[in-house]
Design a protein around this ligand. Sequence first.
Ligand code: NDP
Length: 333
Amino acid sequence: VPPARKLGVALVGLGNYSTRQLAPALQETELCRLAGIVTGTPAKAEAWKEKYNIPEKSIYSYENFEQIKYNPDIDIVYVVLPNSMHVEYTIRAALAGKHVICEKPMALNVAECKEMIATCREAGVKLSVGYRLYFEPHHQEVRRLGTEKIYGAVKMMETSLGFSMADPTVWRLNPKLGGGGAIMDLGVYAIQGARRVIGELPVAVTAQGYIRDKTIFKDIYETMLFQMEFPGGAISNSTTTYTSYVDRLYATTGYRWFGLQPAFNATGATGDSSEGKIEFKTPAYQQIRQMDAFAKSIMDNTEPLASGEEGMKDLRIIEAIKQAADTGKRVEI
Ligand code: NDP
């Protein structure tokens, strides 16, 4: 696709993920390109303008963001803000007539997801969630092994993601901005690692919340363990945590098994199984495939694979997990 025909993407919020992953990935995409930025930090605007050759007219602040409506160079707005801001900026982008990708978790709860989906539909724009792993070959392979029962029907899964969080000042630990700790930040990965491999949605969950370091974690769970029951009888066990590094997916059918470790981090997955290695050559940035797939769904006018409905499925499960941890009861979905 010639540069002029590529869809223009504006990144909203120039933090770690935009800086380290999305902007570099957008230099290698075939169907879209980095065309604009929205930031509250003037120094970042200057640096990005220089580095990525972004024209002055495609640089916005949170205050004048609505003006993006009049910019024909921007087709897609990519919301990469703290979790609590996803709903507002997705809706503002849709009302400005732009297609939207929103980072994970899609929102703080199901009600917000519904509002985002409805607003995008009414505005006639497409909505996607930043689920890079939907387009990642190792994840596509374990999904194939599970849903096509290549080694038999999966009976049990373990899916976990965690890292050590030492900085008490980050927005992720603020319940208003982050939405409630490790499960909000990392839950979508552990949930998808199981539900996508089995190809079913859970019918019930149980969960246990823990706080080890009470000096940092006051009002959110530092660690959330949860179990999901699937309609075909399979069960999964997961940990999301801010105490320590863990990053793996494991599925077993009885004697045969397959898995990924690391599994979910953007730095890349490595796979193994009872039948041999699961190996694919992949580009440096997983977001290249993710972004090109969304651009293609816009060009072809088809439903994006990582749709708003997919995002809402995970929020519905997260809500049930939180309720299960708070009440100590099994929660049916
Ligand atoms: P950062 O804290 O690094 O960046 C967030 C940016 O949002 C800030 O740099 C700032 O940009 C802007 N911002 C606006 N208002 C606020 C506020 N009140 N507090 C803090 N920042 C604010 O976060 P990340 O980049 O790590 O995460 C952003 C989103 O991306 C989250 O939803 C996260 O879950 C998701 N994410 C997804 C990943 C994936 O693999 N799919 C990986 C990492 C994150 P500015 O200065 O330009 O205004």
